[in-house]
Design a binder for this molecule. Structure first.
Ligand SMILES: [Zn+2]
Length: 431
């Protein structure tokens, strides 16, 4: 039906007419500081959205992820699913956004929760990741429903918890409850900030593990009576530099991962702790002299669709065994923390071809297909929901996510909203 120029023009105009409403909605969402951790104001943002979408004729379901990781009475993990049925049977198109934002961090020159509009940009924590995308999907759906009230199927909009900390109190929980079953949802668009002319097909895999080296405590003036776990960890880091990092740099993928640096296997050391724990900043005393008997690091290994997770784990295990063979008294433990397989939706999947066509109509260019370096909630929709017809597509510049002075351009939201409205027409109107 988007081949019908009059409908297509009406939809583009309907989104454009809602530019101010889009700005206001984005600002309102930014002003609810849904910081994660700890997971605050989740109920407030869901109640706000319930009111907003209720007024637009959506049925509302508020769902607390009771019993999920991090859910508590102090910080309940609330989610919202809003549903608008058409006039007859058809596919269900679901827009999923996370409503949580990461910590503010240092270096801001704008109010992180002010939602300030300046020179066509809206500033604030979560502006691009991803309250701007959430607002865009809502405005696109409202514009579509107002223009084409006689549509088939169902539009769903969800705002979900905890994406920034794994999504267990959000999309994973909903997927376990059957909300992403392919029998009830056929197309999923996640408006993460991947840039308005790119379609994100999936993500690399991830494996987190903790490595611990063991020593023996003794007085710091006589280190020869103990065994320093930090020095053992030094040997691990040395082996990573000389062996593991070069090995990972040599592994390249055919997945279209962006940015370029992520087209290979990567490993980050997320943290290192050894010896006595650090005292609070206000503590004025000196530390006690002890030989550290424990040192721990957390590694964050990102792997490619061409790699097998068992091989990924074996590389690290073999590296540690090699050190043990060469280094007297070297003792270690390695503990799995978290893993997600890579995923990539096919370029000929219906949601991909539909959004690609809409991008061409709105921006007069062919979309770029990309894969995300890190995971996002598509992992749960794919693995728990068993729903493969899923992409990330939304406004905002990926590199600004989690940065100080995060912003989103109003024009990018309008363009992306037009793409979403055209995609709804393609999927929910008769041809
Ligand atoms: Zn995000």
């Amino acid at each position: 039906m988007t081949d019908n120029p009059s409908i297509s023009d009406k939809l583009l105009a309907a989104v454009e007419e809602r530019r101010e409403a889009l700005v206001e909605l984005t600002q309102q969402l930014i002003r609810i500081p849904t910081l994660n951790p700890p997971g605050q104001k989740y109920r407030e943002i869901c109640t706000f959205l319930a009111e907003r979408l209720g007024e637009s004729g959506f049925e509302i379901e508020l769902i607390r992820a009771e019993g999920a990781i991090a859910d508590s009475d102090e910080y309940p993990r609330w989610n919202i699913i809003a549903r608008r049925k058409g006039t007859r049977a058809g596919d269900c198109v679901h827009f999923n956004s996370h409503h949580d934002v990461v910590e503010v961090g240092h270096g801001w020159t704008r109010d992180p929760f002010g939602g300030e509009l300046d020179d066509g940009r809206i500033y604030g924590r979560g502006a691009c990741d991803m309250k701007g995308g959430l607002a865009t999907s809502i405005i696109a759906a409202e514009a579509f429903i107002a223009t084409c009230p006689d549509f088939a199927g169902t539009i769903e909009i969800s705002a979900t918890a905890d994406e920034e900390s794994g999504g267990y109190g959000g999309v994973a929980y909903l997927a376990e409850q059957g909300y992403f079953n392919p029998d009830r949802v056929q197309h999923v668009i996640i408006p993460e900030p991947l840039n308005k002319d790119r379609i994100c097909l999936g993500h690399r895999g991830v494996w987190w593990a903790e490595i611990e080296t063991k020593g023996r405590i003794a007085h710091g003036s006589m280190p020869f009576l103990g065994d320093c776990a930090v020095r053992h960890m030094g040997a691990v880091l040395e082996e990573m530099e000389t062996y593991l990092f070069p090995l990972l740099a040599s592994k390249h993928t055919d997945m279209p991962v962006v940015p370029d640096g992520a087209k290979q296997s990567t490993l980050n050391i997320n943290s290192i702790h050894g010896g006595a724990s650090e005292q609070p900043d206000e503590y004025t005393g000196l530390p006690a002299p002890c030989v550290p008997d424990r040192c721990r690091i957390i590694i964050d290994r990102r792997f490619l669709i061409e790699e097998d997770i068992d091989v990924v784990k074996a590389e690290v295990a073999q590296m540690l065994e090699k050190i043990k063979a060469e280094r007297p008294e070297f003792e270690f433990d390695i503990r799995d923390l978290f893993e997600v397989q890579p995923t990539m939706t096919a370029e000929d999947a219906p949601v991909v071809t539909t959004v690609a066509k809409a991008i061409e109509t709105v921006m007069d260019k062919r979309p770029e297909y990309v894969v995300s370096p890190g995971t996002y909630d598509q992992k749960h929709i794919d693995r728990i929901g068993k729903l493969k017809n899923c992409i990330a597509y939304g406004p905002g510049i990926l590199d600004l996510a989690h940065q100080p002075d995060e912003w989103i351009a109003v024009q990018d939201m309008v363009d992306s909203g037009q793409v979403m409205a055209l995609a709804l027409a393609e999927l929910l109107l008769p041809h």
